[in-house]
Structures are given as structure tokens and as C-alpha cells.
Design a protein around this ligand. Structure first.
Ligand code: 8X3
Length: 246
């Protein structure tokens, strides 16, 4: 038996998820690194003294198997998510829209449902959802993603209302432009030139560690302090569509 606090991070195989896992481990959490790509999460877990559990948030059996292995969880970081496609609504692909809703909204709901008993068992829990500025404003060619991330925000707020009276904090960290290895590349279907263009001329986009620092801060605040939402953008980005480029 250990008194080490347990954190679960979904989408821990790269980017903000991996950085958050490292930041929480540095604060003394035992971190369960959950994602589909087992080679990556196994390497990360070995690096930070955590545990790797394969997880596909869009698969109910996979989520159930994760929950079956965890009796107590103090912090859940619902980070798994992403953008697929960049077309105007007129040309939007229903399958891509459905996939975005599935991972950014339904997946988050599935994991939260499954882990709520373990979160309750901790006595003082935190559910921290990684949202986006795309959950606050809309922008052209982002309709499917902004709709999904508005969903992430709506679920977060609903959960806070429903869990009111329980010692469970519910937070959302909503980043703007974060330069990671995969986010833009996935959005543009592997088109590296299109992905690079997102960050073109931006002196200093955020990096995953900037967001992980916000996750770390929220997770280590006293248990009565709930950060409802924290929007974090690079100084060059005043809005999704207002970015200073040199
Ligand atoms: C990612 C931020 O600006 O691409 O969630 O919507 S943005």
C-alpha cells in the first residue's frame, strides 16, 4: 500500500498529454499513462516511474478495462482529443465530424463515467479536461473542431453542476496555438507543409510544457480551490484568426 496520489492522463503518448504526465510525476503523482500507442506510453511510464495502460477512449471495452485496473484515482486529465480535417462546413466530411465528436466529447464522457467511482474513492479528486480556444470562439474551416470543443466545454460545465456537493474539482484548460509534433499534422491528414504553415512566422507558439505547467498548477492547488477554466495562448495570438507573424 502506498499513499502516493494517482493521476490518469489520457492521450499520454505525445504532446500535451505526455508533458502533463511528466509534470505530474515531478510533483510526486504516480501517473497512469493511457493511450493507444503502447510503445510510446511504456517508454514514458518507464521514464517517469508510472504505469502504461493501453486505452482507446472511443472503445467502451478499452475504457472498461482501464477502470477495472484502478480502485483509486485522484486526478484525471482528459487530454485525448484532436482535430481531423480543415474544410468549410459546406465541404465538411460527416465521418470526420463524427470522429471529432467521438474523441473530444463522447470519449471524455466515457472515461469520466468509468473512473468516477475511483475518483470518489480518493476523497478529493480533480477532473481536468483539455479544451481549446476553439471551445470559446469559432473560425473559418474549423466548424467540426470548434463544435466538438464547444462540446468539451459544455460537458465540463455540466459535470461541475452535477458533482456540486462532492469533493471533486472540475476544471478546463483551454489552449490556443501549441506547437506539438502531431496536432496540426493530424488535422491536415499528414500534410506536413500545411501543418507547418499554421506556425509560420510565429516567433514563439506555446509548447506542450507551457500547458502542462497549467495542469500541474491546477492539480497541486488546495482541494477547495476550483479553477473553472484557464485559457492560455502565446502572446502572438490575440484570437484564433489574429496571429502576429513576422
Ligand atoms: C487547438 C487550438 O487554435 O487550432 O485546440 O483551435 S486552435
Amino acid at each position: 500500500m502506498t499513499d502516493q496520489r494517482i493521476a490518469v492522463v489520457t492521450g499520454a503518448s505525445s504532446g500535451i498529454g505526455a508533458a502533463s504526465a511528466r509534470a505530474l510525476a515531478a510533483e510526486g503523482f504516480r501517473v497512469v499513462c493511457a493511450a493507444r500507442r503502447t510503445d510510446r506510453i511504456e517508454a514514458l511510464a518507464a521514464e517517469i516511474g508510472g504505469e502504461a495502460i493501453a486505452l482507446d477512449v472511443t472503445d467502451a471495452d478499452s475504457v472498461g478495462a482501464l477502470a477495472a485496473r484502478l480502485d483509486v484515482v485522484h486526478v484525471l486529465v482528459n487530454n485525448a482529443g484532436g482535430a481531423f480535417g480543415s474544410e468549410p462546413v459546406e465541404q465538411g466530411d460527416p465521418e470526420q465530424w463524427r470522429a471529432m465528436y467521438d474523441v473530444n466529447v463522447v470519449g471524455l464522457m466515457r472515461v469520466t463515467q468509468a473512473l468516477l467511482p475511483a475518483l470518489r474513492a480518493s476523497g478529493e479528486a480533480l477532473i481536468l479536461n483539455i479544451g481549446s480556444i476553439a471551445g470559446r470562439v469559432t473560425y473559418e474551416n474549423g466548424g467540426g473542431y470548434t463544435a466538438a470543443k464547444h462540446g468539451t466545454r459544455a460537458v465540463t460545465e455540466t459535470l461541475r453542476l452535477e458533482l456540486n456537493g462532492e469533493p471533486i474539482r472540475v476544471s478546463e484548460v483551454a489552449p490556443g496555438m501549441v506547437r506539438t509534433d502531431e496536432f496540426a499534422l493530424v488535422r491536415f491528414g499528414g500534410d506536413r507543409a500545411a501543418a507547418e504553415k499554421v506556425y509560420e512566422g510565429v516567433a514563439e507558439p506555446l509548447v506542450a510544457e507551457d500547458v502542462a505547467e497549467a495542469v500541474r498548477w491546477i492539480a497541486t492547488l488546495p482541494a477547495h480551490v476550483n479553477i473553472d477554466e484557464l485559457v492560455i495562448k502565446p502572446v502572438a495570438q490575440a484570437a484564433p484568426h489574429k496571429v502576429h507573424r513576422v
